[in-house]
Structure formats: C-alpha cells, structure tokens
Design a protein around this ligand. Structure first.
Ligand code: SF4
Length: 295
C-alpha cells in the first residue's frame, strides 16, 4: 500500500478499509492545526491508487466501505472523483460506500447534480471539520469560510442526499466565549442535517499558530470546566435529531448521545463531572495528550 506522510482517519472509520487518495491538506492555515504542516498536498496517481485497490482485493475482496485518506480528498474535481469511484467498483464489487474528509471549500466547485451522481457512484459519508458555526470563532481559527458558507454548501449536500458528519471543537473560541460559540454553532447546525456530530476539545500543541498567539497573550484558552459547560449549552440548543459523539481522547469527560432523547441524561452526566472534578486534574489530563485525537 502506498501510504506516505501522515495517515489519519476518524475513530468512527475504524472498521473501514483505508486507501490513500491524497496526502496532506490543500489549506494548512487553520491556526489550531499542525497535522500536515510539513507536507505538501498530493493526489495519488491513478496507477498507485489502482495498485492499492488490487492489493485490497487480495485480502478484502468483499470490502463494503472504504475510507480515502488525506485531509481533503474531496478537493478533487468532479471528473477525478468520478474516475476513482468507478475504478473502486472495478476492483471491489461489494463496495457500497467511499467516505473521506472534506472541507466546506471543497464543496463549492461542485453542483448539486454532480453531488447526486457521486453519491450514486458510492461517494458518501463526508467528515467535515467545520469546528464551529460562529463567525468570530471561524475567523479566530482562520478556517477560511463563514457560517453562511457552511449553510450554503451543506444545503447542497442535503439536496443531493449525501451523508455528512460535522466536527465541533469546544474551547476553540477562547476563554469566556464558549457560550456564544455553542449557541451560534447549535443554531447553525440545527438548520442542516449532519448524520452525526463528533466533538473534540481544543488541545494547544506548540507547533501551532494558536499556541504562539497564546504565548503572546493574544489568545487565552478556555478553562476545562468552561468547555464542559460549552458542550452542555451546545447539546441543549441543538434542535435536530442526530447522534453526538464527544468521546475522543481530547474530551476529558467522554459522552455519547442520541439527540434529543438523551439530552437531559447527558447534560446531567456532564454536570456531575463539573461538580466533582477539580480544574487542575482536567488540565493535567490535557497536558498529557500527545496527539490531537481529532479529525
Ligand atoms: S484542520 Fe483540516 S483543513 Fe485545517 S489545516 Fe488542519 S487538516 Fe487542513
């Protein structure tokens, strides 16, 4: 298999067969992220992609879901995605779904009819690290798009009936701003139909711009308890039926919920953690984290 550089897949794709479609990220400007900092974006040549498919076929001929690695393989244009999706089907006859990371920017150059066609070819299940639906937070994180862009592009996915998952990041808005971020994000996400929402919590790693900003006093990270309160507010204001997975390593108190049914139960669980754990214990936990544990 041709895996080069950093290979990253979300925890919920653990049962998918993985193949490298791209490596690196087309953007590399999010201030909290250093994942692909030293890696140029590269599309795997078709020969490489096909060699890997042939290899997968030898040991997983009936693979039903494959995950294309790289920060945003959906950055490929329609024709390229189509060619690869059809090629996957040449090798893996039972493959039903090809999932991958995508950015809001990657949807912009695709029409709804193209999204529909790609879905029909098996491309479905886009993991979108929007992180927030609050414009101030999006600007602070330098995500490169606005809340209006999120609405406009994800409505196209909804129209094409293409499944997508959001990532929300607590703590990203900084100290004192978690409440605003949670309300605005929940309101925005509630206008869309993410199949589920995965929640991470900001961990400042030294090789990120946000860390440098914090050293200069330009960014003050939120306390750990504030982040858990932020998650409570986010859950309380989400007004759609969706699954929520706040159980990656970056969450001090891992919880999962099917909303709105589990709303009260989960916010009570989080309240218990707030009342029975001291801030320093939580900070020590975060300081011990060695990787993002996010997507
Ligand atoms: S968060 Fe995603 S889009 Fe932003 S720089 Fe990192 S990999 Fe690229």
């Amino acid at each position: 298999m041709h895996f080069t550089g950093r290979t990253w897949r979300p925890p919920y794709e653990a049962h998918s067969v993985i193949i490298q479609a791209t490596s690196g990220c087309t953007y590399r400007k999010c201030r909290f992220c250093s994942l692909y900092k030293n890696e140029c974006f590269r599309m795997s040549p078709m020969e490489e992609f096909e060699e890997d498919l042939a290899e997968i076929k030898t040991y997983q001929p009936y693979a039903r879901r494959i995950f294309w690695t790289g920060a945003n393989p959906f950055a490929m244009n329609y024709e390229n995605l189509k060619l690869r999706a059809l090629t996957v089907r040449d090798y893996l006859i039972k493959c039903q779904t090809m999932a991958m990371f995508a950015s809001i920017r990657d949807i912009k150059n695709k029409e709804v009819w193209q999204l529909r066609k790609l879905k029909a070819m098996g491309i479905n299940g886009l993991s979108i690290g929007v992180e927030s639906g609050d414009d101030e937070t999006l600007t602070l994180a330098n995500k490169g798009y606005t809340s209006a862009d999120i609405i406009e592009q994800c409505r196209k996915l909804d129209e094409a009936n293409m499944e997508y998952y959001f990532v929300y990041m607590t703590g990203l808005a900084g100290k004192g701003a978690g409440y605003r971020n949670a309300i605005h994000s929940a309101e925005l996400f509630s206008q869309l139909n993410p199949y589920f929402i995965s929640v991470d919590s900001l961990t400042l790693f030294p090789d990120t711009e946000l860390y440098q900003m914090s050293q200069r006093g330009e960014f003050v990270p939120a306390d750990e308890k504030e982040r858990i309160c932020e998650l409570q507010v986010f859950i309380n204001h989400l007004n759609i039926r969706t699954h929520l997975f706040a159980n990656t390593v970056s969450n001090y108190a891992p919880v999962t919920a099917y909303l709105p049914y589990d709303r009260e139960k989960v916010t009570n669980e989080l309240q218990y953690v707030i009342e029975h754990t001291d801030e320093q214990t939580m900070r020590d936990y975060r300081a011990s984290l060695k990787s993002l544990g996010t997507s």
